[in-house]
Design a protein around this ligand. Structure first.
Ligand code: MG
Length: 259
């Protein structure tokens, strides 16, 4: 914890230099779970378990609706030659992740989450083309499954699709929804009733004022995907609410205490 003590001291010194206080209560979200570690893989069950084992605040993961209306956890639309939204569950069940696991269903992922009650579930609904029928069905089935597991209080919904965000907010108004696409100002996000912004660090480089604007509107700010320690430090000093990273343990070491 020497690094944490050192960085904590740095925060105090930098805080004094800026003439303000630095709370540094930024929380760590493991991007696609904690996968840069032995025996893990992106969006695997192991990545969720391992994110919990290091006490990450949250584990982010991606959900597709298959052609035969099943929900599966994976990032890429086309993965190992299989187009997920156009494939059947039978085709997808033959695919193996890099750690040897099969592609988790959302049901399997959420069932695992029940055994790990401390970790927040940052659920990305993938964009199902321009097909509002499939997107609507994906949102409906996801919300039904999350609610069926009684996990709606542990989930944050995130999506690039504004249509999906609106639908998720309509279907589950008490569950926080964060917009990913980076093209709406904090004021516009607030008007839509969403919980906050979950934007690329590149968006905040272009609009650094959006962090404070969001806070002043009572919105939360999540920034992705931040793997550079210098950028992590800069965002911690800006007191963003969440940083989404492929390097959760490195980020934890930059915080005064693991979050
Ligand atoms: Mg994602």
């Amino acid at each position: 914890m020497k690094i944490s003590v050192f960085f904590c001291s740095m925060l105090i010194m930098m805080s004094a230099a800026y003439g303000g206080s630095v709370k540094a209560d930024t929380k760590v979200v493991a991007h696609r779970g904690y996968w840069k570690t032995e025996g893990s893989a992106q969006n695997s069950i192991a990545s969720l378990v391992k994110a919990d084992s290091i006490k990450a605040y949250g584990s982010e993961f991606d959900v597709w609706l298959t052609a035969d209306d099943n929900l599966v956890v994976n990032h890429d639309m086309v993965f190992k030659g299989v187009n997920f939204p156009e494939a059947s569950m039978e085709e997808i069940s033959a695919v193996r992740l890099d750690n040897g696991e099969k592609v988790p269903t959302l049901e399997e992922y959420l069932a695992t989450a029940l055994k790990h009650p401390d970790i927040r579930l940052v659920l990305e609904v993938k964009t199902h083309g321009n097909d509002s029928v499939r997107q609507t069905l994906a949102c409906q089935k996801i919300v039904d499954m999350v609610n069926g597991f009684k996990l709606q209080d542990r989930v944050d919904y995130i999506a690039f699709s504004l249509f999906a965000c609106k639908e998720l907010h309509r279907l589950s108004p008490e569950t926080p929804v964060y917009y990913l696409n980076g093209d709406l100002s904090p004021e516009e996000v607030k008007k839509l009733g969403f919980a906050g912004l979950d934007y690329s660090y590149k968006v905040f480089e272009k609009h650094p004022e959006w962090i404070d604007e969001a806070k002043n509107l009572g919105l939360e700010v999540n920034v992705w995907t931040v793997d550079d320690p210098e950028m992590m430090k800069s965002l911690i000093l800006k007191d963003v609410d969440y940083i989404t990273t492929n390097r959760p343990e490195e980020l934890q070491q930059l915080l005064p205490q693991p979050k």
